[in-house]
Design a protein around this ligand. Structure first.
Ligand code: HEM
Ligand code: HEM
Length: 260
């Protein structure tokens, strides 16, 4: 009997035993489209931005006036910048109209519970303690808060980027940012800020991709594929708890509204 068993059985991963899972639609299509457009735009912005900051000496026998490599690199940076910017604006809007997992409440720590959950996640994910982690249906509190910082940084990248672009562009929109270089003490300082902040996005990506894989592996709830199809597999008890929380919050809101 034992010989016919596959190598990885429930015995190997007791966490899988007797789990009743429910398929929950967590990330709506607009959130998924935002995610992948944003990820792609940032990779392109980091690569082209890095090249702008550290231009390689490209050796070529061609006549200089026939070359436009740097023009192309800068064009790609600016095109990706527009995609990044409008996608970001769209996500801000979706934080007001999207489902409960997409809303701004998930990103901003305003309650005691939010801070408590952040601490629990920290104990498991960073200190690797073996206690039972709070398993949330959407983003966990720590992830939500880091995404909040991520969105703030995105805003700063847009302001510094368009600030640099204002004097290079003929369109009215970037010119709206013409006041930015003055605020930072000139183009040179502004460029250095814009450059240094790129490293936040590189660090974020490394930690983010690691943690997403870690959660996918440890929890076995389809974490990675949830950003593809939108669905996660949630334990029934956990799902019911999440439902109760939502109802409680909605009742609280109604009470507050009635009070006013
Ligand atoms: C995550 C987003 C972004 C990253 C990682 C990024 C990265 C960079 C880096 C590393 C540089 C080189 C700075 C240096 O000279 O050392 C740069 C230049 C620049 N970036 Fe960005 N950038 C981003 C978003 C934007 C946005 C939204 C705009 C808006 C138009 C923008 C416009 C510019 C401009 C105008 C330059 C100067 C180009 C030049 O002088 O040739 N960037 N970027
Ligand atoms: C292989 C690459 C990637 C995978 C598999 C991936 C997967 C995921 C997953 C599963 C989530 C939801 C996790 C949660 O609940 O906390 C998520 C959220 C997020 N990821 Fe990624 N990601 C990748 C790359 C990136 C990159 C390169 C960026 C940007 C630099 C990024 C930015 C974000 C942001 C901002 C969110 C929050 C989404 C929202 O609520 O709007 N991801 N990602």
């Amino acid at each position: 009997m034992n010989q016919t068993r596959p190598k990885y059985t429930n015995k190997t991963y007791p966490v899988m035993l007797g789990r009743k899972l429910r398929r929950v639609y967590v990330w709506e299509l607009p959130v998924r489209v935002f995610h992948w457009l944003n990820a792609l735009a940032i990779v392109v912005l980091c690569v082209t931005g890095y090249l702008i900051g550290n231009p390689p000496a490209i050796m070529s026998g061609n006549e200089a006036s026939e070359q436009y490599i740097f023009g192309t690199i800068r064009f790609i940076h600016f095109a990706a910048a527009y995609v990044f910017f409008f996608n970001f604006l769209f996500r801000i809007y979706w934080g007001f109209v999207g489902n409960k997992y997409a809303r701004w409440r998930n990103f901003i720590p305003t309650t005691r519970r939010y801070w408590k959950e952040m601490w629990e996640v920290m104990k498991v994910d960073i200190f690797l303690e073996r206690c039972r982690e709070h398993v949330s249906v959407g983003h966990n509190a720590m992830a939500g808060f880091i995404y909040f910082i991520f969105f703030l940084m995105s805003g700063i990248m847009v302001i510094t980027g368009f600030g640099l672009y204002a004097s290079m562009s003929t369109w009215w929109f970037p010119k709206l940012f013409a006041w930015v270089p003055g605020l930072f003490g000139g183009d040179f300082v502004l460029r250095n800020w814009h450059h240094a902040l790129m490293w936040f996005f590189i660090l974020f990506t490394i930690v983010h991709v690691y943690l997403v894989m870690y959660h996918d592996y440890v929890e076995g709830r389809g974490e990675i594929s949830s950003m593809g199809g939108g669905w996660k597999f949630i334990e029934e008890a956990q799902f019911q708890e999440d439902l109760r929380d939502t109802e409680e919050q909605e009742q609280k809101k109604k009470k507050e509204a009635a009070h006013h």
